[in-house]
Each structure stands twice: as structure tokens, then as C-alpha cells.
Design a binder for this molecule. Structure first.
Ligand SMILES: [Zn+2]
Length: 194
């Protein structure tokens, strides 16, 4: 299997809208497995094809602690959205950035599997959040779009600085919680990245 490169915010390719998957062949199954491999390697709980610059409607997820319950949703559609609650989200395309936003707490989704067969799934809690987050990626939308412009600016600046440090090989300094400027996004390593 191959580990794929995950695009990072604010890469404009993350803004492309994905199109439906129409061919269900070995290449698709191989691709879905590579996406899972990439997600596990990055310690994420979800990944959308958009994040690896493939603009097809395919997402992979695994919220299990043992990382042994992979889910592949192709051409997913939300049939029901109920309730609303705040939760903290991160994203593999925004490494180290976490913030709170509100999502539906109970959803029903219809999708196709790798053979092109339709199934429905009821989800709540983290899985419901994760599916909504990944489906946003297919529309070119990121969780920071729900935050204020000021917060997005802070996030862009922080990511840019960290990328520069990574490219010059200097060590990343992780601020302790509470040391960030007021209004700045906080890091919480316990929140899974999606
Ligand atoms: Zn994401």
C-alpha cells in the first residue's frame, strides 16, 4: 500500500468540489485502501479524497480505539440531520489546530461501498461529527470556514510559521495550554484529527 500526501490549508486544491464516483473496479478498491493507510499513518480518524488531491466523492473513517473498524463511504448523502451540539474538531489538513464548532448530533447517511452497493448508516457522537466534517471536504469546505476571519488569520499565520520551521529543520515549540494569545486556537492533542 502507498501512503499519500495530504494537502495542507490554505492550499487552493482543498477548495475543489468533488464529483461522483461512477466506476467500481479494483483501482477504486486499491485507492480506498491507500486512503485508509494514509489516514492510519497520520493518526487521523477520517480522510476525504479531496485532502489528497483526488476530487472524487469518497471518504474513509475509523473512530475505533483499536483502529480496526474501517469505514468507506462513496458518494455519501445525508438523509437526516438531528440535534445540534458543540464539539472540538481538528483536521489532518490543519495540523495541530483544534477548535469548537456546532454540528448535528444524530445523522443518517446513505452511501455506496467499494462494489457500488448502497447502504444506510445511522451515526451519532464522534462518528456523526466525523462524517459531516469529511463530507464538507468533498464540497471544498473546511472546519475553519465556520470560525471568524480573525481566527482564520491566526491559524494561517501559525501554520505558515510551523511549515517554515519544518523546512529549516528547527524544532517545533509546542505552547503549553493557556499560553496562547486570547482568541488564538488552542492545541489539544486528545482531540482526534479528521
Ligand atoms: Zn479534515
Amino acid at each position: 500500500m502507498t501512503k499519500l500526501v495530504i494537502l495542507e490549508y490554505p492550499d487552493p486544491r482543498l477548495r475543489k468540489k468533488a464529483t461522483a464516483v461512477t466506476v467500481f473496479d479494483d483501482a477504486l478498491r486499491h485507492f480506498a485502501n491507500n486512503m485508509l493507510e494514509t489516514m492510519y499513518a497520520a493518526k487521523g480518524v477520517g480522510l476525504a479524497a479531496t485532502q489528497i488531491d483526488v476530487h472524487k466523492r469518497l471518504i474513509v473513517l475509523d473512530i475505533s480505539e483499536r483502529r480496526d473498524q474501517p469505514l468507506i463511504l462513496i458518494n455519501p448523502e445525508l438523509l437526516k440531520l438531528e440535534g445540534s451540539g458543540p464539539g472540538e474538531e481538528g483536521c489532518l489538513s490543519l495540523p495541530g489546530i483544534y477548535d469548537k464548532l456546532s454540528r448535528a448530533t444524530h445523522i443518517r447517511v446513505r452511501a455506496l461501498d467499494c462494489k457500488g452497493e448502497s447502504f444506510e448508516l445511522d451515526a451519532e457522537g464522534l462518528l456523526a461529527v466525523c462524517i459531516q466534517h469529511e463530507m464538507d471536504h468533498l464540497e471544498g469546505k473546511l472546519f475553519v470556514d465556520y470560525l471568524s476571519e480573525l481566527k482564520r488569520q491566526l491559524i494561517r499565520r501559525r501554520l505558515e510559521k510551523e511549515r517554515k520551521q519544518r523546512s529549516t529543520g528547527s524544532e517545533l515549540r509546542v505552547l503549553p495550554l493557556g499560553a496562547a494569545a486570547p482568541g488564538a486556537p488552542m492545541r489539544r492533542s486528545s482531540t482526534p484529527a479528521l
